[in-house]
Design a binder for this molecule. Structure first.
Ligand SMILES: [Zn+2]
Length: 483
């Protein structure tokens, strides 16, 4: 009992004097879209009671936002083209686009710099944030380039309930992670013409083809097998095993092993009976796809009706659920439901042929989606998504595009969309996303609303709302195509 109250006192002490926790920190790493940030020498990240605090120069130099420090009002303003976040030293209240918001922890002065909470700033600026406790690393990604959300590992700067865990852990002390292992390989499967590897976070594979015998080698740098891998896959004492493949004429065997342990590398070898063409794609949820003979593998419907061709893409699907809503529903299900309503309406249009990237809960890579549209030579590509955020406040509808040729389509659909959703207008934004970048025709990605926001979410799973929004998307498409 006495011990407990002492512990309680210690926590209160830490909360009251947040600078105390900082002494033991500085070892947290930050990854942006899969790449570790190179911090200038002397620049340190601090872990204060489970909150990763970063110097404001990291916000400007590494994350690329505009930062203004005002000494008189002791305030820090962080800005991009859409959002302005204003914070005050010692205050947990912040202003987001002039609206009040609260933080877990107040910005603080430390030595010669101002520290701001990383999770709050980056998520308010529209990034996805994931904390990997074992690696002591923060994974940031922009927009739909989302990191895998793994429940229970999201402790980066979430409020830690006093007494939940040993306070020593929250200040980043004795635990020494294995820094060389950046991601785990959780599963390997092969079906149709596709090898799919799932990893805990984004991995850039090295893939090459060898002769005598013919084989494709996939090296996954800085990875190791996860604990669950061995329970679902055959694995011998040497940390290797094989996958039985019977359905592909050119594949005789797929082997996997821990190929090297410095640096830790998992290798997957596709043993072939003859050389084959292949394409490699990665998905931002940590999936890697090796498509064999991909040039012929994507079934492309023949369209020679002279009609306008519209590709509707229901985002995510299968083992990539997308965002998880406040009530635990999956983004992939919302996307498919709305996309199918759009499809049904477009099928009634005599001058339009509609093609879906998926019509069920299957896992489809981003490149398969863009490739389908490109090979169809469709007139437009419309991807349907729900947005999400680390906090519950952001809400509203936005339309994203990448190439300038897509701006008119974005503006036209957004005009109809915003009327139908009735949600906050987050406007049309330029963002670097695979499906809107790699497609050859005008392409947009619609973020209908925020699944992380109670108000938005309740509407998004409402049939009436979906019907109204589907109709608006179709009206936008028709206006753009002039049919
Ligand atoms: Zn999405």
């Amino acid at each position: 009992m006495k011990k407990f109250s002492l512990l309680g006192f210690f926590i209160v002490f830490l909360l009251a004097f947040p600078n105390v926790g900082e002494a033991s920190s500085g070892d947290a790493k930050i990854f942006l879209d899969g790449e570790q940030l190179n911090l200038a020498s002397g620049v340190k990240v601090a872990n204060v009671n489970n909150n990763i605090m970063i110097p404001i120069r990291v916000v400007s130099e590494n994350l690329g936002f505009k930062v203004k420090w005002d000494k008189a009002s002791q305030s820090v303003t962080v800005k991009n083209s859409d959002t302005t976040v204003k914070m005050f030293i010692g205050s947990k209240s912040a202003e987001i686009d002039g609206q009040q918001a609260s933080m877990n922890i107040a910005p603080m002065l430390s030595k010669h710099t101002t520290l701001v909470p990383l999770r709050f700033v980056s998520s308010e600026m529209g990034m996805n944030v994931r904390w990997d406790n074992e690696m002591k690393a923060v994974f940031l990604s922009s927009g739909e380039n989302e990191p895998p959300s793994r429940s229970g590992q999201d402790g980066g700067a979430t409020p830690s309930k006093p007494g939940d865990k040993a306070p020593g852990k929250s200040t980043g002390s004795a635990v020494s992670p294995k820094p060389e292992i950046l991601a785990t390989v959780d599963g390997i499967s092969f079906s149709e013409n596709q090898l799919m590897i799932s990893t805990s976070s984004r991995v850039t594979p090295k893939v090459f083809q060898l002769k005598g015998p013919d084989r494709i080698v996939v090296d996954l740098p800085n990875t190791a097998f996860s604990n669950i891998f061995g329970t679902e896959h055959m694995m011998n004492a040497q940390n290797s095993g094989e996958l039985v493949v019977t359905e592909h004429p050119e594949v005789s065997q797929i082997r996997y092993s821990l190929f090297s342990d410095s640096p830790s590398t998992v290798r997957v070898v596709i043993q072939l009976t003859a050389p084959v063409n292949y394409t490699v794609s990665t998905d931002n949820s940590g999936l890697i796809f090796i498509d064999l003979g991909a040039a012929d593998s994507v079934p492309v419907p023949q369209i020679d009706s002279g009609n306008k061709v519209v590709v509707i893409d229901a985002g995510h699907g299968g083992s990539a659920p997308g965002k998880v809503s406040v009530t635990g529903k999956y983004e992939k299900d919302f996307n498919l439901s709305l996309a199918q309503k759009v499809e049904a309406l477009l099928q009634k249009e005599e001058d339009i042929d509609v093609v879906m990237t998926r019509t069920d809960d299957s896992t489809i890579s981003l490149s398969e989606r863009s490739e389908l549209a490109n090979r169809l030579n469709s007139n437009i590509f419309v991807s349907i998504h729900g947005n999400g955020h680390g906090t519950s406040s952001p809400n509203g509808t936005e339309t994203l595009y990448t190439r300038d040729a897509s701006l008119e389509l974005a503006n036209t659909i957004h005009k109809h969309l915003i009327k139908a959703t009735g949600l906050k207008d987050r406007r049309v934004k330029k963002q670097n996303l695979h499906v809107t970048r790699e497609t050859n025709m005008p392409a947009v990605l619609l973020e209908i609303g925020f699944l992380s926001n109670k108000g938005d979410e309740a509407q998004m799973f409402d049939e009436e709302f979906q019907n109204r929004v589907a109709e608006a998307i179709v009206n936008g498409i028709k206006e753009y195509l002039k049919v």
